[in-house]
Ligand binder design. Structure first.
Ligand SMILES: [Zn+2]
Length: 398
């Protein structure tokens, strides 16, 4: 092995096809790892994932760097000494360069205007996050976003170079960590100088739209979510499709969908309130109706399938207080089964309940004057069983 791998992406970030010679190929647990004399594959580093692509048509699964040597993980072996043609996935690499260069612009502006240091950076294929060590407002972020897009429109040069140690001492640049040797500076003409090992666009115009999405307070500063270039276009497409669909569903213009949703939610809340009032009214009418009806058995059975338990409980309480009779109220659960509440002011329910539950295939419990639970039977069957049980019980106790 002749030492460090020659990084072709350092000189030309737009080189996607290259030739190289295999210097070593070793078997690993999951395949093979190859070292080439030179490569255009960017290894994982600085918050950016490694490039993907092929070597002689064989898929490159991962690329790592250690002590200046770049390792390419493949599923198949390629003999040492063989010439290979490497192809880097251009679409993915270019989209990542768009986002990474956009990050340099925004972090450079955040440093320049607000003294923010970039303390974290993570790049995915859909968005990237930047962690800045000061809290910024949405207005301040908007200002950075506008200026960043202006820099894109100005189509400035983006260059990368390794200054000598003495030259480096004279240059002020941003860096996440203290570096002493092999410092690679990425310079956006007149905007930013930052230590970075990754490939970047050649001109800021290649970046396309830069859009800041959300931000959140993070470790005393802010974490900012951002999209740029192709990721920004895909993000816009997705948001547009959603806005288009919501606009259609609400028959509202796209720029008025927030107000339309607010109106919709307000009217839903009003309908819910109205619905509750009506349900209570119906419960009242049915309760009064039961009071005026001749009953076949000793128990008043109140069936209110549409009511919730609180309304049912107050209706059962009202009936027991007015009549002094045992009352069984039923309402329907979302799964179709029935919930019941039985009230009897003279007590004795605890002794009666087990037999009633057995016959109705139910479960329940409570006090001697009020029990509640769920049954798997219909209201008709329930009425019959409860009346039978109470007839017997009342006969024995009177
Ligand atoms: Zn960077």
């Amino acid at each position: 092995m002749s030492g460090r791998t020659h990084k072709l992406y350092d000189q030309d970030s737009h080189l996607y096809t290259f030739t190289a010679t295999v210097e070593s190929c070793e078997k690993t647990e999951h395949g093979f790892t190859l070292v080439l004399d030179r490569t255009a594959f960017f290894p994982e580093g600085g918050g950016q994932e490694s490039d993907c692509g092929t070597l002689n048509g064989i898929s490159v699964k991962d690329v790592r760097i250690q002590d200046g040597i770049i390792f390419h993980d493949t599923e198949e072996s390629i003999p040492t000494g063989m010439k290979v043609i490497g192809v880097v996935d251009e679409k993915i690499r270019f989209a990542r360069m768009q986002m990474h260069s956009a990050e340099h612009i925004l972090s450079g502006l955040a440093f320049k205007h607000f003294g923010c240091d970039n303390v974290g950076f993570h790049l995915t294929d859909k968005w990237c996050t930047m962690d800045w060590n000061r809290v910024l407002t949405r207005d301040q972020l908007n200002r950075l976003e506008s200026e960043a897009n202006q820099i894109v429109a100005s189509n400035l040069d983006v260059t990368a170079r390794y200054p000598s140690p003495s030259e480096l001492k004279q240059i002020s640049y941003r860096s996440k960590i203290e570096l002493t040797e092999d410092v690679r500076l990425v310079c956006i003409n007149g905007v930013d100088v930052c230590a970075c090992c990754a490939p970047h666009v050649n001109k800021t115009g290649e970046i396309g739209l830069i859009k800041i999405l959300d931000f959140q307070h993070y470790k005393g500063g802010v974490r900012v979510f951002m999209v740029a270039g192709r990721a920004a276009l895909e993000d816009y497409r997705l948001r547009y499709e959603n806005a288009y669909a919501v606009s259609g569903l609400l028959s509202a213009p796209q720029d008025k969908i927030t107000q339309a949703v607010q109106l919709h939610l307000q009217s839903e809340a009003e309908l819910k309130m109205e619905n509750n009032v009506l349900r209570k009214k119906i419960a009242e009418l049915l309760t009064n109706d039961l009071l005026n009806r001749e009953n076949a058995g000793p128990v008043l059975c109140l069936v209110l399938p549409f009511c919730e338990m609180n309304t049912l409980r107050s209706s059962v309480n009202e009936l027991t207080q007015k009549t002094g009779k045992p009352v069984c109220g039923l309402c329907q659960n979302p799964d179709g089964s029935y919930a019941f509440i039985i009230g009897h002011p003279k007590g004795g329910l605890k002794a009666l309940l087990p037999d009633i539950m057995k016959q109705l295939n139910g479960k329940g419990g409570g006090s001697d004057v009020m029990v509640q639970g769920t049954i798997a039977s219909t209201p008709d069957v329930c009425e019959k069983v409860i009346n039978q049980a109470f007839s017997q019980f009342l006969k024995e106790t009177e």
